[in-house]
Design a protein around this ligand. Structure first.
Ligand code: SAM
Ligand code: SF4
Length: 370
């Protein structure tokens, strides 16, 4: 059987596997697929958490409207533009603007910022602003936004509705929105949390098949981390599940999911997430990169706002300045024998080390050599 022909029973078998040497085989296989299809470049996407206001009541997330104890912030236009300039200075190819579902982020306000970034910098722009109307999404695409991230969290629709109540009856579902985003010409990113209370192994296998079915350009996979100011985190909400079926929320499960996603969706961009680095602060990010990931998301949000974007507690790198984050991640990438990508790193871009090294005939190299 070829790896790409993996079917649900094979996925289930891998998801249940605990033998370290078998798992090492899986990670190495995924790493080989990663090398063959997207190369050794690790793309740096600068994350700007532009607003912590949110009108939603997701049962897992610390930004939910019901968390009244959390002071909220919204970055100014100039603060966001400063972060974008900084991203370019640091050599990143992309900025990701992420926020809660905040009604004050109007189509025009976001559109103007996207237009400015596209005009003044060479950055790709990724948006992650939640479930927005077709007309908002269309106008941002017309303004130049390249990509949109919207995790579907779990393919188990009953569980999803329980932990992610609709804003309006019959509101859009995220799978439909992802298809629409692709139709609008965005690179579309979906993804899931691993270890959500009520999440079964069967649904996790289905998540991977859904990545393939949606033909996602980006796939974000991170552990679910309990937040004490949420109904799921306190245990006030306990989705029913039969014994033995509950997926654990641990790093091994996340590495398995990253590896299987890479094997099934060979040329997708897959980050080694901050949530993974949060549950293993020593080398979680590096292990994700060794199990098939090829993207990291250094934080560019001004440090004064970081703690207020509290999706889950004890987030990794919360007090690191943007410059420190940049240096630390570049060091980790080099220690793996890989290199930081220099272009926008869209799906299918396969940078080689030679393509990012300075041209030997350039004046810069000649001056250095002299
Ligand atoms: N509001 C937008 C949305 O929901 O798509 C973007 C921001 S939201 C904070 C980004 C992602 O954070 C969610 O898609 C979810 O997967 C993740 N997240 C939220 N709460 C989490 C938790 N307790 N543990 C791990 N990840 C979480
Ligand atoms: Fe808001 Fe997104 Fe958090 Fe849900 S996951 S509460 S939409 S920020």
């Amino acid at each position: 059987m070829t790896v790409t022909a993996m079917m649900k029973p094979d996925l289930l078998k891998w998801l249940a596997e605990r033998d370290p040497s078998r798992l090492q085989e899986l990670y190495e296989r995924a790493d080989g697929v990663r090398r063959e299809h997207v190369g050794d470049a690790v793309h740096l996407r600068g994350l700007i958490e532009i607003s912590s206001h949110c009108v939603r009541q997701c049962m897992y997330c610390g930004l939910r409207q019901g968390n009244r104890a959390l002071p909220r912030y919204r970055m100014t236009r100039d603060e966001i533009l400063d972060c974008a300039r900084h991203a370019e200075r640091l050599g990143y190819g992309t900025v990701v603007m992420q926020a809660g579902e905040d009604n004050a982020l109007t189509a025009k306000w976001i559109g103007d910022i996207v237009r400015w970034i596209k005009r003044e910098t060479s950055l790709a722009v990724t948006l992650s602003l939640g479930e927005r109307s077709q007309s908002d999404l269309k106008s941002w695409r017309a303004a130049g936004a390249d990509r949109y991230l919207l995790r579907f969290e779990t393919s188990d629709q009953d569980l999803f509705r329980t932990i992610h109540p609709n804003r309006v009856p019959d509101g859009p579902d995220r799978l439909t929105l992802l298809r629409q985003l692709k139709g609008l010409g965005y690179e579309a990113g979906g993804g899931v949390m691993v270890g959500i209370p009520g999440q079964s192994f069967d649904s996790l296998a289905q998540d991977i098949l859904t990545f393939r079915e949606l033909d996602l350009d980006m796939i974000g996979i991170g552990p679910y981390i309990a937040h004490a100011a949420t109904p799921l985190g306190t245990g006030a909400l306990r989705p029913a599940i039969s014994a033995g079926e509950q997926v654990p929320s641990n790093e091994e499960m996340v590495y398995k999911m990253i590896a299987l996603a890479r094997i099934i969706c060979q040329d997708a961009n897959i980050p080694s997430t901050t949530a993974l680095a949060t549950i293993n602060k020593v080398d979680g990010r590096k292990r994700g990169l060794r199990a098939g990931a090829n993207v990291v998301m250094p934080n560019l949000t001004p440090v004064k706002y970081r703690r207020l974007y509290e999706i889950y507690p004890e987030k990794a790198c919360i007090d690191e300045s943007a410059n420190d984050c940049n240096q630390c991640l570049r060091g980790q990438i080099l220690s793996l024998g890989r290199f930081a990508g220099e272009g926008q790193g869209g799906r299918g871009a396969k940078e080689t080390l030679a393509s990012v090294l300075p041209d030997p005939s350039s004046r810069f190299v000649q001056l250095q050599a002299s």
